[in-house]
Design a protein around this ligand. Structure first.
Ligand code: SF4
Ligand code: SF4
Length: 593
């Protein structure tokens, strides 16, 4: 009997094929249910025994829909592949509870999946489908509405925003006794346009003043803008690409109108990711200006001698929380640590960190979903334990959203700790000088030492197996730049000879090569006790759907082989390759601070 479908469920399903792109389809297909992602998720760790929090379980809710409507196996044998559609509004509400209430899109499971399944990406897709039919937490709906209609996600009126800038300018002039300190607005032809998070206007205006002081003493040619100043973007959280494109577009349009040369993005993980990385794609725009995190700007000012800092002004022990969006999704790991080394005297690393850090539990828009607050605070236990173990009294972060998430859990778990942004610590260490007006001054020796980039792969040997010389050269340069010894092999046989003459620490492997394929080499190595533990990163240009003859996922399932340590699809993104390799080797390397 054909079940009747609600109007919302029908619209939801109608839109499904438009949202499933190739990357999402690959993620939906590739899961081999190995379970490696399960204990990567803070919800799972804080709720042992409740399978509904497991990433693969959550992903299966979406996979069933995909099987039912977009996969031929689901049409022929739905019971066999677990295909299941949605019919009622209650089922949509249940899905809402999973995708909004049980996942912060932190991507910790995604970067730990050897098959490249990106749970967070299709979780966002599902959010977008639900938002399209009006099924979402009330807070998400309000914030998105404010961003559409008022132009910023906190509904700050323009008058309030401009008054705050004037107020902060007056405070700065009083503090430094200098009427020339300004917070310029809509000044054309500047080197820098600075964009902020509306939370700064509403709850933390001091951060605007601190950034202004830093720009002033650096002698920067800079401005803020009276429109398009909100770099946060709820489109990332609610899966609405149109909202994402519109919000990012306002910032880009403003910069172009003011003819600024560079966009500097204040401290906000999702704002940086949305504006710098996702916005041009959502809006299909080619941009002719660079964008930079304020972390990099502040570090450059110190390293170039444009501002002076005294780290003895920050003596309280400080640890650093990596924002998921800045670190895992944008690869900003070392920059905040380099800055902290220059401005605090007692830095203590938190473990795990960088790409392995746990979410503050306020990510993915969770702070706006009050109905899930008890669940969020329960899962925050993992982060609280991480913080407590550092012994630090300040947790620094570079994200206004993380500030709120961390503040909440510190209060809930009664930790003796406060939260600060990097700009707070830089401003506190600032030694006011005459404006240096862009001129370099002698750089202190400690700054020179901190400037020398760490060679993260020094002492490691990597075997690159690929029949394309260009790819081998490309990978070689990525690894050699980080100090690795790189050996190349153009096919599987030569790779085997190289392996027998000396085992590397890691191997990258192409699948389609002349003579013996990558599958063959993988099989030979995994069954050989001498090489079974060799980390292997598959780097291939052949996605499963395009090359049925080389279905690697099926191959390892049939042979009952363990999955590779990682699976990367060409074209190669250098940051992703490096990040993946560092993560795999991470447990054996001293990721020095
Ligand atoms: S780690 Fe990847 S392949 Fe394994 S269960 Fe999780 S999503 Fe599936
Ligand atoms: S993205 Fe983060 S919160 Fe969501 S399932 Fe994965 S680890 Fe859990």
């Amino acid at each position: 009997m054909q079940l009747e479908r609600s109007e919302k469920a029908a619209i939801f399903l109608e839109r499904l094929p438009q949202k499933v792109n190739r990357q999402i389809m690959l993620s939906l297909e590739a899961c081999v249910h190995c379970g490696l992602c399960t204990d990567r998720c803070h919800y799972v760790l804080a709720n042992p025994g409740d399978v509904t929090y497991a990433p693969a379980y959550k992903a299966d809710r979406l996979r069933k829909l995909f099987k039912a409507h977009m996969d031929w196996t689901g049409r022929i044998a739905p019971w066999w592949v677990g295909a299941r559609s949605v019919y009622t509004d209650a089922e949509l509400e249940e899905l809402k509870d999973t995708v909004f209430g049980k996942c912060t899109n932190c991507r910790r499971c995604s970067v730990n999946c050897p098959m490249g399944v990106d749970m967070a990406t299709f979780n966002r897709m599902a959010r977008g489908l639900l938002v399209h039919v009006g099924v979402m937490p009330e807070g998400v709906s309000h914030v998105a509405k404010d961003q559409w209609e008022i132009g910023n996600q906190m509904g700050v009126l323009n008058e309030e925003y401009l008054d705050t800038l004037t107020w902060m300018e007056e405070e700065l002039q009083d503090e430094y006794g200098d009427p020339n300190i300004k917070i310029p607005v809509d000044k054309p032809d500047c080197d820098v346009m600075y964009t902020i998070n509306p939370r700064e206007v509403k709850y933390d205006p001091r951060t605007i003043a601190e950034a202004a002081a830093i720009f002033h003493f650096a002698g920067e040619s800079w401005t803020m803008s009276s429109a398009g100043w909100d770099m946060t973007n709820f489109g990332l959280f609610n899966g609405d690409d149109e909202l994402g494109a519109a919000v990012a577009g306002r910032v880009y349009d403003t910069l172009e109108r003011l003819r600024a040369k560079k966009l500097v993005i204040s401290e906000c993980g999702h704002g940086f990711r949305s504006t710098r990385c996702e916005g041009p794609n959502w809006g299909k725009r080619q941009l002719g200006f660079p964008m930079e995190s304020a972390i990099v700007t502040m570090t450059n000012y110190i390293q170039q001698g444009r501002i002076r800092v005294d780290k003895s002004k920050n003596t309280v022990p400080v640890t650093y929380h990596d924002s998921c969006n800045l670190a895992r999704s944008c690869g900003i790991f070392e920059e905040p640590r380099a800055l902290l080394k220059l401005i605090v005297s007692d830095f203590r690393e938190m473990y795990p960190n960088r790409a392995e850090n746990f979410c503050c539990t306020g990510g993915g828009g969770a702070m706006s979903m009050s109905e899930y607050t008890p669940r969020r605070l329960q899962s925050a236990r993992i982060k609280a334990e991480q913080l407590k173990a550092t012994g630090a009294k300040i947790v620094a972060t570079s994200c206004h959203n993380c500030v709120d998430g961390l503040y909440d859990l510190i209060r809930h778990y009664k930790l003796d700790m406060e939260v600060k942004l990097l700009v707070n610590l830089v401003a506190n260490a600032l030694v006011p000088t005459e404006k240096i007006a862009g001129k370099a001054v002698p750089v202190p020796a400690a700054v020179e030492a901190a400037r020398a980039p760490a060679k993260l792969l020094a002492g490691y040997k990597i075997l690159v197996v690929d029949d394309e010389p260009d790819v081998r050269t490309y990978l070689r340069s990525i690894f050699q730049e980080q100090g690795a010894e790189v050996v190349e092999a153009p096919d599987a046989r030569q790779a085997m000879r190289s392996l027998l003459s000396g085992k590397p620490h890691l191997m990258t492997l192409d699948l389609i090569m002349p003579h013996k394929t990558g599958d063959w080499l993988y099989w030979e190595l995994r069954k050989d006790p001498n090489f079974a533990d060799l980390p292997i990163v598959i780097i291939t240009g052949y996605a499963r759907m395009e090359a049925p003859g080389v279905d690697f996922h099926k191959f390892i399932a049939e042979k009952n082989l363990p999955p590779p340590e990682a699976f990367i699809e060409k074209p190669i993104q250098p940051e992703m390759v490096l990040d993946t390799v560092l993560k795999i080797l991470g447990s054996r390397m001293s990721l020095q601070v």
